[in-house]
Design a protein around this ligand. Structure first.
Ligand code: XUL
Ligand code: CO
Length: 435
């Protein structure tokens, strides 16, 4: 045991009236919602990078946090893992997620970095065995080191493409070894700073080739979980190729990978792309590529990807409504891709940020379940499209009627469309009964 979280108890559910700061008010893992335990619905994961690797720096200032594991060697990496698993025990969330760079020191060569990752993977395996904490997903950091400044798979230099392939292999191996349930690819620098030096077509070919390699390798080693692409429109690059769910789907279709790869959708990335989170969720579900979520929130004034902990219950309700409509998570889950504000220095801040986020998600989930059970929203939606059940409508939709037959039908039966209310305010009022 380290003493990092000394004095902080294991967090338990105490109900909405609890006065105890170190308690869940809404997240009750064993409570059954729509026939399933809340823990199994939400499948929470802690993100290693924000909670244990990030040092509090921003574009204008450096480290603000004082953590005993900040440093370079394997001893620091092991101490970091010890504290991380202590936090998992306090929170009781079932999963965690990591990048290679979050967990191991960078070596002098690729082989050294890989060996460091393998050593930490072994260390994790023991801790996971002892505690029951599982891996939601692993991923490769192909964006921090300067070698990746012009991209990884989409780099103009084939040596960087090769290096990235080697890193990907090592991270898929680590994820597989730890029983990870998904493998995530966020293309941090897979994009460009200026079109003046960028060959868009060439870079897309490289990205498609690398994704095929990843899918082939996953099958070769028998990794059963899906590969998930995480869309984001910009930041750090000016333009990121995996802009949003629609763009990723187009890319997957182009390279014939739409049945192999799904998406990990992040709340803040959806906002950056000019969408609502629920838009991205509903679109992914309708395309059959919904995988998992990164939960957080952006500051709506700054326009940056601020990765704050979620605390807006009405937003969470609409998001989990879409998750439930999609059938809920299968291999996916709710990963806190969220970090403290850089003035939140105390170990307790780290715990309570997660407690608040878990409670906000739980309240959202319960509201979403009630909306779904009530059925009025879905009934109104079904009613709006009910005309499509008619015989003539079915002929139009199936293609049996082309434009000539449709024109004939309109004249033959004297079709005169009658505008009907979309009832938006009434539906919004309905939602407000639950949140
Ligand atoms: C960055 C981001 C990443 C991915 C994993 O905005 O969301 O942390 O989730 O690489
Ligand atoms: Co993310």
């Amino acid at each position: 045991m380290t003493d990092f979280f000394a004095g902080i108890p294991k967090i338990a559910y105490e109900g909405p009236d609890s006065e105890n700061e170190f308690a869940f008010r809404h997240y009750n893992p064993d409570e059954v919602v729509l026939g399933k335990r809340m823990e199994d619905h939400l499948r929470f994961a802690v993100a290693y990078w924000h909670s244990f690797a990030w040092e509090g720096q921003d574009p204008f200032g450096g480290r603000t946090f004082d953590r005993p594991w900040f440093g370079d060697g394997m001893d620091c990496a092991r101490l970091k893992a010890d504290v991380a698993f202590e936090m998992f025990a306090i929170l009781g969330q079932p999963y965690f997620c990591f990048h290679d760079l979050d967990v191991r020191p960078e070596g002098a060569t690729f082989a050294e970095s890989r060996a460091n990752l393998e050593a930490i993977t072994d260390y994790f395996a023991e801790k996971m065995q002892a505690t029951g904490t599982r891996l939601l997903w692993g991923t490769a950091n192909l964006f921090t080191h300067r070698r990746f400044m012009a991209g990884a798979a989409t780099n103009p230099d084939p040596d960087v493409f090769a290096y990235s392939g080697a890193v990907l292999k090592s991270c898929i191996d680590a994820t597989h070894r730890l029983g990870g349930e998904n493998y995530v690819m966020w293309g941090g620098r897979e994009g460009y700073e200026t079109l003046l030096n960028t060959d868009l077509g060439q870079e897309a070919e490289q990205a498609g080739r690398m994704l095929h390699n990843v899918v082939d390798y996953k099958h070769k080693i028998g990794f059963k979980g899906p590969i998930l692409i995480e869309p984001k429109p910009q930041e750090p690059s000016k333009h990121q190729y995996d802009f949003d769910v629609a763009t990723v789907y187009g890319f997957l279709k182009r390279f014939g990978l739409e049945d192999e790869v799904k998406v990990n959708i992040e709340q803040g990335h959806a906002i950056l792309a000019g969408h609502s989170f629920e838009h991205e969720l509903a679109l992914a579900a309708s395309l059959g590529i919904f995988g998992s979520i990164d939960i957080n929130r952006n500051d709506y004034q700054s326009g940056w990807d601020t990765d704050q902990f979620p605390n807006n219950v009405p937003e969470m309700a609409l998001a989990f409504y879409e998750v439930l409509r999609a059938g809920g998570f299968t291999t996916g889950g709710t990963n806190f891709d969220a970090k403290l504000r850089r003035q939140s220095l105390d170990p307790a801040d780290l715990i309570l940020a997660h407690v608040g986020g878990m409670d906000a998600c739980a309240r959202g989930l319960k509201a979403a379940a009630a909306m779904l059970e009530d059925g009025k929203l879905e009934a109104a939606r079904a009613e709006r499209y009910a005309g499509w059940q008619g015989a003539e409508a079915q002929k139009m939709l199936s293609g049996q009627y082309g434009l000539e037959e449709i024109a004939d039908y309109v004249e033959r039966s004297g079709v005169e469309p009658e505008p009907r209310s979309g009832r938006q305010e009434r539906l919004e009022n309905l939602v407000n009964r639950y949140v």
